[in-house]
Ligand binder design. Sequence first.
Ligand SMILES: NC(=O)c1ccc[n+]([C@@H]2O[C@H](COP(=O)([O-])OP(=O)(O)OC[C@H]3O[C@@H](n4cnc5c(N)ncnc54)[C@H](OP(=O)(O)O)[C@@H]3O)[C@@H](O)[C@H]2O)c1
Length: 337
Amino acid sequence: MQNVVITGATGSVGTKVVELIGQRTKDYKIIGIAGFKNAKKLEQMAKKHKIKNIWHSDCTESKLINMVEDPAAHLIVIANSGNISLKIYKKSVKLGKKVAIASKEAIIQGGGEVMNLAKKTGAQIIPLDSEMVALTQLLQNNKNEINKIYLTCSGGPFLKQNAKFIAEVTPRTALKHPTWKMGKKISIESALWINKGYEIIEAHILFGIPLEKIEVIIHPQSYVHSIVEFKDGTSVAQLSINDMKIAINYALSSLSFDEKLSSRRLQMPSLSLINKKLEFFSPNNKTLITGINLVLKAFKNGKITDFINLSDNLIDRFLNKEIKFLDIYGALNKLVK
Ligand SMILES: NC(=O)c1ccc[n+]([C@@H]2O[C@H](COP(=O)([O-])OP(=O)(O)OC[C@H]3O[C@@H](n4cnc5c(N)ncnc54)[C@H](OP(=O)(O)O)[C@@H]3O)[C@@H](O)[C@H]2O)c1
C-alpha cells in the first residue's frame, strides 16, 4: 500500500489523479490533499475518499509542508499552480520520496540542482505531462545514441492566424484549446506557445538532453506525444488518445514500488489509427514562435524565474481584460533583453 499526498487536487490534473488513484484502493491510500480556493470541492473529495488531511488557502504554509514531510507519505503528487510547488518539490526530493510532478514551473526552477539532489537522496522523479511521459517511455532502457528529440505541439487555437488577428483575440477564444482540456493558465501559455518553450527546458532538465537536440514539431491532432530520433536513422514515437489520464496512469505505474503495482495499470481506451489523419510540420507561425524563443532566451540569460513570475502576472491581467494578448510578449521581451 502506498500512501499519497496530492497538491492541486482540485485542479484539472489533480482531479484526474484523485479519480485514478481513488479507483485503486488496493494499491494506494490518499492521506492528504491540497487545493487552494475551491474548499467545497476539496471537502467533497475528502468525504468521498475518506481523506483526513486537507489544505487550502486559509491554512498555514507549514501545514502543507508537514503533510509532505509526514514519514507515512510515500508518494507526493505535485499538481498545483503557485510558487509553493517549488518548495514542495525540493522538500519531497530532499526527503527521498517518490515524486510525480505536473507543475513544470517547479521542474524548471528547481533545474539540475534538484535532479542531482535526487541522485543523492534516492528520490524518484516522474513527470506528469503527456510529452514528458512519452519521453520517459521512449527513453526507458535506451542504449541507442540520440540524434534529436521532437516535442509535438498542437499549435493551440491560433495556429493558422496572422499577427493582426492574434493581436485582437479575447480570453474566451484564447482559452479554447483545440485538443486538450486544461486549467486556465496553461491554456493561455499553450496559446502563446510559451508552454512549448517550458517543455523544451523540462526535457533538457529531466533527461539531460542538450537544448540544441530538442526541436518542436507541429502536430495538430495531438495523438503523437513525442518522437525520439536516433543516430542510426531509426525513430520511435509514443501515441495515445489525448487524455491526461493516460499520461497519469503510465507515470504512476512506472514508479518502482513493486512488480505487482506496476502490472496493475488501469485499462485505458486505446487509439485506433484507422482513418485518422496525422500531420506534422515545422512551427511556421511567425507571431507565435516568439513564445518559444522568449522562454529559451530567458533560460539562457538566467532569468527564467523572473520570466515565470512575470508571465503568470501578465496572463492574469490578460484574463481580466486589462491588457491585450500580444502585450504579454511585449513585456516579456523587455525582461529577457
Ligand atoms: N492541465 C493539464 O493537462 C496539464 C498538463 C501538464 C502539466 N500541467 C501543469 O500542472 C499544473 C496544474 O495545471 P492545471 O491545468 O491542473 O491547473 P488548474 O486546473 O488551474 O489547477 C491548479 C491547482 O492549483 C491550486 N492552486 C492555485 N493557486 C495556488 C496557490 N497559490 N498555491 C497552492 N495551490 C494553488 C488550485 O486550487 P483551487 O482550484 O482550489 O484554487 C488547483 O488545485 C501547472 O503547473 C500546469 O502547467 C497541466
